[in-house]
Design a protein around this ligand. Structure first.
Ligand SMILES: Cc1cc2nc3c(=O)[nH]c(=O)nc-3n(C[C@H](O)[C@H](O)[C@H](O)COP(=O)(O)OP(=O)(O)OC[C@H]3O[C@@H](n4cnc5c(N)ncnc54)[C@H](O)[C@@H]3O)c2cc1C
Ligand code: FES
Length: 300
């Protein structure tokens, strides 16, 4: 029997014109915001913190992000790179990015002066589960450049302090000269009920702090594991050891969140550059719970 068009009982969702090729979201994610570098702080020999100010007020008002997300930063004529938002969400029209000099685009940025204009697209990716963590103790663990994305949740917790329990910040570096944001530690130490521990793999002249691996900081850390969420940022090899120790302490894998970074090109699930198995780390990540990461082949 021939089916009449009017016989087909379309559900409301099928009545909606399909957004093939995700055109609606592309329009949003393709948008390049013009921003100006208004401040540059040389944190170490290799990393600089850039403050960027939106040029157009109406664009500043619509740009909102959450800790853990990233932007695609465009340096006209040189290229576009993914960079974590290392900033407070509280300032409208202003963001901060901490950039390590690694190659072509980051090299140009390290030579940029205050007043230079660049572009940003985004924000992209998943964020740390700041809502799920309310009422819980939060363990923030960073290795090396991992302190850059971790600065977002630290500033968020400081701004919403009454919503969280005890806070632990554990930070490990190879050498003391690589420590980032040391000028902010005094501020972070003032965060109510917050313990900060820093450890360096190498002992250098003038370093009187702890020496060893980041996992050494975890060994003697007393915490209420039934009530704790963990956030781990750093090189993937670090996740393996740190998350194994956290598991041993009794924190379940779905309460551990990691920042899984891969080479990225489009930042919006189009080019497949960032794929791990069938997962787009630019859209389904970079923030993922460790259970998900463990089930992704070759993720770490
Ligand atoms: C989600 C995400 C967030 C990031 N956040 C930051 C951040 O906050 N600060 C920061 O300094 N860097 C960050 N990176 C890394 C940054 O994107 C790369 O360092 C940058 O793309 C290098 O660009 P380039 O043109 O200077 O280097 P290129 O000339 O392209 O390459 C120089 C060297 O860097 C390596 N490289 C390039 N891209 C990556 C990458 N994605 N990961 C690791 N190594 C890479 C290359 O293998 C090469 O050895 C992030 C990456 C991702 C995916
Ligand atoms: S960076 Fe293009 S698909 Fe993820």
């Amino acid at each position: 029997m021939k089916i009449q068009v009017e016989d087909i009982n379309l559900t409301p969702s099928l009545n909606v014109v399909p957004d093939f090729n995700r055109k609606a979201s592309l329009m949003k994610t393709d948008k390049v915001y013009e921003v100006q570098i208004t401040n540059i702080v040389a944190l170490t020999e290799h990393e600089k913190l850039f403050r960027l100010q939106f040029i157009h007020e109406d664009e500043a008002k619509v740009f909102h992000f959450l800790p853990g997300q990233f932007v695609m930063l465009e340096v006209p004529g040189f290229g576009e790179i993914p960079i974590s938002l290392s900033a407070s969400t509280a300032f409208v029209g202003q963001i901060e990015l901490c950039i390590r000099k690694a190659g072509k685009v980051t090299g140009v940025l390290h030579n940029a002066k205050i007043g230079s204009m660049v572009g940003i697209r985004g924000p992209f990716g998943t964020h740390f589960p700041m809502e799920k963590m309310t009422g819980k103790d939060v363990l923030l663990i960073a290795g090396g450049l991992g302190i850059v994305p971790l600065r977002g949740p630290i500033l968020w917790i400081n701004e919403h302090r009454s919503q969280y329990g005890k806070i632990y910040i554990l930070y490990g570096v190879k050498t003391p000269s690589q420590i980032l944001f040391d000028y902010q530690f005094k501020e972070w130490e003032k965060i109510y009920d917050c313990e900060i521990d820093i450890i360096s793999e190498e002992k250098s002249p003038g370093w009187s702090g702890k020496t060893g691996m980041i996992t050494d900081l975890l060994k003697d850390k007393e915490m209420d594991v039934r009530n704790t969420y963990a956030v781990v940022c750093g090189p993937p090899v670090m996740f393996k050891y740190v998350c194994a120790d956290l598991s041993e302490k009794g924190i379940p894998m779905d309460r551990m969140f990691v920042d899984l970074e891969r080479r990225m090109h489009c930042g919006m699930g189009k080019c497949c550059r960032c794929m791990v198995g069938s997962t787009f780390t630019c859209v389904d990540g970079p923030v993922m719970d460790y259970w998900t990461v463990m089930n992704l082949k070759e993720a770490i």
